[in-house]
Design a protein. Sequence first.
Length: 184
Amino acid sequence: SSNQGNPGKSSVTCAYDVYCFGKILIELVTGNIDISKSDDATTKDWLEQTLNYITIFDKERLAKIVDPSLIVDEDLLEEVWAMAIVAKSCLNPKPSKRPPMKHVLKALENPLKIVREESFSSAKLRTTSSNRSWSTAFFGSWRHSSSDSGATIREGTSSGNKQTGRSGSHGSGGNDHSSSNKRS
């Protein structure tokens, strides 16, 4: 969906693509498979209500919208929670506040980093580093969302070029591994 002739149009199209991808992620989380096919008022209302259950502060609220056919243990619930957070960020009503697709990809490659590494201590509030992590940039787009029901995402800081996490998503009970200088 790129428009090479008009750079402004291309960024709008990219933001729309991110929005559409967010709808697909919400379908995976909730099992409501017709959401990505529709933009009617009923769908928009359903999305708005559903997104209210997704917050970085309360994993248990998510259980009210998770597809009942999913067999989800505690570790997998954290991964579904992370995916729901990514989806909510993609569905920001302001296109300029949606994360770039490269940040969405990084978040989905390492979903537990979203819910485990984004601690909410005051030490993590620093945002002045020029070497910000993908998660900081990712949450920066969500932090300024006007539709976030008053919840704020606090930004984390990067520890150099190290990226901690797992590759893949298998619910392995928190057996995180560290890889240095991983680049895509």
